[in-house]
Each structure stands twice: as structure tokens, then as C-alpha cells.
Design a binder for this molecule. Structure first.
Ligand SMILES: Cc1cc2nc3c(=O)[nH]c(=O)nc-3n(C[C@H](O)[C@H](O)[C@H](O)COP(=O)(O)OP(=O)(O)OC[C@H]3O[C@@H](n4cnc5c(N)ncnc54)[C@H](O)[C@@H]3O)c2cc1C
Length: 458
């Protein structure tokens, strides 16, 4: 009997293996498909490379904002080659690590459960005292659309394989992945149209910031809010989409349809119903959201397979921490311990830190909102990036920083500062006592914090 079997070798599974091997060599890791992680192959990394080229081009094309006059020349096949070259560099680094592991610990293949202690892979059965399930997720799309459109329907799994960029693209979805990719495409000269089921862009829950984000992002990207295709057809050169907009029949032709409407868990590939017939429906599994334990079994489900934070660093953290729960079954701990931090690499960037506006409202927590607009913020003007705003949420009684939502240039860095401070449970007054270099975007945070303080003093 093995001590541990890890199913899935993505970010979470790899982190779990690297932690587990410090404690036991009596283990297995099983993976179906490539061992280079969703993040490096088709997720975080290639998307950020594409966005980086798109943003640099945008800056050159808008260089007049800093009194320059530069003409940009670019070849989209070179951009896509660059995306894949860097992507390969990142996947190779992961594979180099995985290839250094003991081959006897690794199995290629799809695992299914036979019972709570037994799995089967490639017709062989293995038993273990505990399991970490880290099978991740896959893009959702409408099968009927795929049948109609064939290779003209793409998801984030295929987009980085395009040899050159299309002339036009229709995108379904306005969440994080949809907006990141659509904005990059638009900036790279692809005529992009988004179909959005609701009136929402990206991740912000604050009504004020959400409205601002919709206005700013819509200035450069065509977003059809509360509009979905009524009919989709393949044409000789791409895709024809019929839709109803403001009560009028409309038609759009595009080279490709990118579906970015979320991802579905791969838990359904594991035959969990062999453990308990009630596990047939993977959407209602009895998984503890803090310990990530399935029922009272020695089975822990980590990463994107079951989460409301489908984020790389959360997956890695859960993978590492679940090892403790597997090896110390009598003292199971909460492994969801990180201060919440979500970043969206749009332009301006969006970020949510700690408790979001929506969560605070839902929990009826008494808080004040400190607000700063970056339209007149000194450093933002200097950079020619004076757009967006930030909100900080301060507990009325304890004066502690509870959370923040950001829609601003370099939100990724300020969000980290705020997350680390929330983790240290500091008060508004303590944060205002810290140094603020001049002139920086962080001075805007001070403005927001002072705005909150004025409301508390009243
Ligand atoms: C386009 C895009 C952009 C993203 N950008 C960011 C970003 O900027 N920042 C960020 O933090 N996150 C980002 N993410 C999310 C991040 O990639 C995920 O949170 C992370 O990859 C999840 O890791 P995981 O280990 O849970 O799953 P994965 O890395 O997907 O690993 C799961 C593994 O399990 C295998 N598997 C599945 N079923 C079985 C089975 N039955 N038996 C054996 N093996 C199986 C799979 O083949 C796979 O290898 C992005 C995602 C996408 C798609």
C-alpha cells in the first residue's frame, strides 16, 4: 500500500509531489497528457507573452502621450512565433524539473477510482492510504457550435497555436480570460467583438469600479453587453454570427470565434461514483472548502479541479499544504490560508485583494470605502496612464484594512502590497505611517486611505 497517490501533474500536483517527496518515497504521481502544466502551456504564461507584445505596440502607437512620434511596424506571425518560443522556454523549465524525478514514481495515463483506496491506470491497479486529486479544468464550449464551426471555434487551448493573427475575432465571454485575450487581440490589430451575457467586465465587484472599467475598456474594445449570438454558421472564410442588438437583427462576420465562457472541472474523468454513488454529480461533492477533504475520506481535492479561486499560486499552495493533511490524517488542517489576491492583466489592470466589495456587503460587515481616481494622479499623468481608480475597504470598528479593488496601471504591484498588509492585519493608521515615495502610483493609495480616514473621524 502506497502512502500517497497524486492524480494530475499540473501546478497543484507538481507542488504536491515536490513537498511529499521530502516525507516519503512510497508514492506515485499519475498524469494524463503533457506534464508541463496548463499555466505554462496554454494559460498564465503564453497569455502574458501575447499581452506584453500587445501592450508594447499600444504604447508605441500612443507614444504621442509622452510627446513622441513613433511609427510601429509589426508582423503578426513573428508575434505568434515569439509567444510559442517563450512558452516553450517555460514549459521546458517545468519538464526539466519533472524529468529529474524518480521515473518509478511517475505514470502516464488517465486514473479512475475503483474504490476509496484503489485507482486504476492503464489497466493496472494501485492502492494508497491517501490521495491528492489535482486534475485541473478544461475550457467549456458548446458542442453543437464546435460541430458547426470545427477549427473556426477556438478556446485558450488553441489560440496560441495560430500561425498568424486573424483579421477579425468574435469572443464569447467578458470574464478574466476573455477580456485579457480580447484586449490583446484588439491591440495587435485584430478587429475584435465581444459578446457578453451580462453587463460586466473582468473581476471587479464594486459597482463604481465596474462601471468605470466598462467605460474605459469599451473605449478601445467593442463589447456587446447583454448580447449573445442567436445563430452561428461556418462560412468559406470563417464564422457568421446573427444576434439581436437593441431589438434589431444584426450580423457579424469574423475569422474565428473564441469561446472564453469559463472552465469545467475534470473531476468527471475520475469515476468518483465508484467510491460513492452520490459522487456522480461532481457539482455537489461534499468537499470541505477549507481542508479540501472529500467527505471524511483520505482524499483531498486541490487546484482548479474544485475551487472558486482558479489561480496558479492558490493551486500550488493547496497542493503543498494537502500533503500535510494526507500524511497527518488525524490532525487535518485548513489549507485555504492565503490572503485572497486576484489580478487581471487587462489595461489598466484589475485586481481584487482581501475581501471584495461584494463579499463585505454580503457579510454585512460595517466598513468605509476610501476612493481615489487616477485621472488627476501625478505619477499616472507623467506616465500617460491616468485612467481608473482604486477603492480600499476599512473596518469601521477596528480600522483594519479588509480589502481593496483596483483598476489602474500597475495594479499588480499595489495589490501585492495591500495583500501583504491585510495578511499582517494592519490598521489604516499604521499603513498611513509607512513611507510613500514621490512621485509614485502608491501615493494614490495614500489618497484613498486618507479618504477612508476622513469618513472614520466624522
Ligand atoms: C488562458 C489562461 C490564463 C491564465 N492566466 C493566469 C494568470 O495570469 N495567473 C494565474 O494565477 N492563473 C492564471 N490562469 C489559471 C492557472 O493556469 C490555473 O489556476 C492553474 O493552471 C491550475 O493548476 P492545476 O494544477 O489545478 O491544473 P492543471 O495545471 O490543469 O493540471 C491538471 C493536470 O491533471 C491532468 N488530469 C486530468 N484528469 C486526469 C486524470 N483522470 N488522470 C490523470 N491526470 C489527469 C491534466 O491533464 C493536467 O495535466 C490562467 C488560465 C488560463 C486558461
Amino acid at each position: 500500500m502506497l502512502d500517497l497517490i497524486i492524480i494530475g501533474a499540473g501546478t497543484a500536483g507538481i507542488a504536491a509531489y515536490k513537498e511529499a517527496i521530502k516525507h516519503t518515497h512510497n508514492l506515485l504521481i499519475i498524469n494524463d497528457g503533457p506534464w508541463d502544466t496548463t499555466c505554462a502551456r496554454v494559460g498564465c504564461m503564453p497569455s502574458k507573452v501575447l499581452i506584453s507584445s500587445a501592450n508594447r505596440l499600444h504604447d508605441i502607437q500612443n507614444s504621442h502621450e509622452v510627446a513622441l512620434n513613433i511609427e510601429a511596424k509589426f508582423d503578426t506571425s513573428q508575434i505568434m512565433t515569439h509567444v510559442r518560443q517563450l512558452r516553450d522556454r517555460f514549459t521546458q523549465a517545468t519538464l526539466k524539473d519533472v524529468n529529474s524525478w524518480n521515473p518509478a514514481h511517475k505514470i502516464n495515463g488517465k486514473a479512475i477510482f475503483i474504490d476509496a483506496n484503489t485507482i486504476q491506470v492503464n489497466q493496472q491497479q494501485f492502492q494508497a492510504k491517501s490521495f491528492i486529486i489535482a486534475v485541473g479544468s478544461t475550457p467549456s464550449f458548446d458542442i453543437a457550435w464546435k460541430k458547426e464551426l470545427g477549427e473556426r471555434l477556438i478556446t485558450s487551448d488553441q489560440i496560441f497555436e495560430l500561425e498568424k493573427l486573424p483579421k477579425s475575432l468574435a469572443v464569447i465571454g467578458s470574464g478574466v480570460i476573455a477580456i485579457e485575450l480580447a484586449q490583446a487581440m484588439q491591440r495587435l490589430g485584430v478587429e475584435t467583438t465581444i459578446f457578453a451575457r451580462s453587463k460586466k467586465v473582468g473581476s471587479l465587484s464594486s459597482p463604481q469600479l465596474q462601471e468605470l472599467a466598462q467605460n474605459v475598456i469599451s473605449q478601445e474594445l467593442k463589447i456587446l453587453f447583454e448580447t449573445l449570438p442567436q445563430k452561428i454558421q461556418k462560412t468559406d472564410h470563417g464564422v457568421k454570427i446573427n444576434y439581436l442588438y437593441q431589438n434589431e437583427d444584426q450580423q457579424l462576420q469574423a475569422d474565428y470565434l473564441l469561446v472564453a465562457t469559463g472552465r469545467q472541472s475534470l473531476l468527471n474523468t475520475l469515476s468518483l461514483e465508484n467510491i460513492n454513488s452520490q459522487y456522480q454529480d461532481i457539482t455537489s461533492l461534499p468537499i470541505n472548502s477549507e481542508t479540501k477533504q472529500l467527505d471524511h475520506l483520505p482524499i483531498f481535492i486541490v487546484g482548479d479541479a474544485f475551487t472558486n479561486t482558479p489561480i496558479q499560486h492558490e493551486a500550488a499552495h493547496e497542493g503543498r499544504m494537502a500533503v500535510y493533511n494526507c500524511l497527518n490524517n488525524s490532525k487535518i488542517k485548513n489549507i485555504k490560508t492565503l490572503t485572497s489576491l486576484g489580478i487581471m492583466f487587462s489595461s489598466p489592470e484589475m485586481a481584487t485583494v482581501g475581501q471584495s466589495y461584494k463579499t463585505l456587503k454580503q457579510k454585512n460587515i460595517e466598513f468605509v470605502t476610501g476612493f481615489v481616481s487616477y485621472e488627476k494622479q501625478g505619477r499616472a499623468i507623467v506616465l500617460g496612464k491616468n485612467k481608473g481608480a482604486v477603492e480600499v475597504y476599512i473596518d469601521k470598528k477596528t480600522r483594519k484594512l479588509l480589502g481593496s479593488e483596483l483598476f489602474v496601471e500597475s495594479a499588480e504591484h499595489m495589490a501585492h502590497l495591500l495583500a501583504w498588509m491585510i495578511a499582517e492585519e494592519v490598521t489604516l493608521d499604521e499603513i498611513l505611517d509607512k513611507p510613500y515615495y514621490h512621485p509614485t502610483l502608491e501615493e494614490g493609495l495614500r489618497t484613498a486611505l486618507k479618504h477612508a480616514r476622513r469618513q472614520l473621524i466624522k
